[in-house]
Design a protein around this ligand. Structure first.
Ligand code: ADP
Ligand code: MG
Ligand code: ZN
Length: 210
C-alpha cells in the first residue's frame, strides 16, 4: 500500500550523445547526497565503456554505480533506506524498466533516469517513449552540432555497422542537429565524419570529429 505522503516520483533526463545527461544525473545525485539522502546508481552491464563500477561522464567525473544485467535486478539491489535511485544509459534496458521505475516511485523513492531518447537513426530508443510518458519530470538536453554549431538533438554514428546497440563514445558518434543528421547512413560509403572545424566545439571533440 502506498503512502501518499511519500515523495516518490520519476525524473527523466534525455537527449543526444554528449548532451550532458550523465553530468546532469550526477549533479542531481550529488545534491541529494549533500542533503544526506542515500543514493544508489545503476547502469546496464552492457555499458562497459569505462570501468565496471562507475557511471562516467565524458568529462571524467565519476560516481560509484552498480552494473545490472536487467531492470529487475535493480529492484533486488535497492536498499530500503535508499531515497534516490539513479539509472544511467536507461535506454539499454527493455520495457520492464518502466515497471521497475514505477514500483520504486510507489515505494516513495525519487528515481532519476538518464538515457538517449533516439537511436542513431533518429528513432525512439527502446523503453524511452514509455518512460517519458510515465515520468513526472522530463528534461531534454542538447549538445553542440559538430557540423554547424547549432544545438544538436541527434547522435550521428560515424563508424561501424548498422547495429542499434553499439556501445561507444566519441570515436563512434557525433552530436548533430536535425538538419546535419543523416539517419540513413550507408556505412559502406564515405564521407560520414564531419571535417569542418566548428566554433564552440570542445578540443576533445575536435580531435574525434576531424
Ligand atoms: P551524455 O551522458 O549526454 O553523453 P556527458 O555528460 O557524458 O554526456 O558529457 C557531456 C560533455 O561532453 C560536455 O560537458 C562536453 O564537455 C562534452 N562534449 C563533447 N562533445 C560535445 C558536443 N558536440 N556538444 C556538447 N558537449 C560536448
Ligand atoms: Mg552518458
Ligand atoms: Zn547542424
Amino acid at each position: 500500500m502506498l503512502h501518499k505522503s511519500l515523495p516518490g516520483f520519476i525524473e527523466v533526463v534525455c537527449g543526444s550523445m554528449f548532451s550532458g545527461k550523465t553530468e546532469e544525473l550526477m549533479r542531481r545525485l550529488k545534491r541529494a547526497q549533500y542533503g544526506r539522502q542515500k543514493v544508489q546508481v545503476f547502469k546496464p552491464a552492457i555499458d562497459n565503456r569505462y570501468s565496471e563500477d562507475h557511471v562516467q561522464s565524458h568529462d571524467a567525473n565519476r560516481v560509484l554505480s552498480i552494473p545490472v544485467k536487467n531492470a529487475w535486478e535493480i529492484l533486488d539491489r535497492v536498499e530500503d533506506n535508499t531515497r534516490v535511485v539513479g539509472i544511467d544509459e536507461v535506454q539499454f534496458f527493455d520495457d520492464s524498466v518502466v515497471d521497475v521505475c514505477n514500483k520504486l516511485a510507489y515505494r516513495g523513492m525519487r528515481v532519476i533516469c538518464a538515457g538517449l531518447d533516439m537511436d542513431f537513426r533518429g528513432q525512439p530508443f527502446g523503453p524511452m517513449p514509455k518512460l517519458l510518458s510515465v515520468a513526472e519530470s522530463v528534461t531534454k538536453l542538447q549538445a553542440v552540432c559538430v557540423v554547424c554549431g547549432q544545438a544538436a538533438s541527434r547522435s550521428q554514428k560515424v563508424v561501424g555497422d548498422a547495429a542499434i546497440v553499439a556501445v561507444g563514445a566519441k570515436e563512434m558518434y557525433e552530436a548533430r542537429c536535425r538538419f546535419c543528421h543523416e539517419p540513413n547512413v550507408d556505412f559502406k560509403s564515405e564521407p560520414m565524419r564531419s571535417t569542418t572545424p566548428t566554433p564552440g566545439k570542445t578540443d576533445e571533440h575536435a580531435r574525434s570529429a576531424i
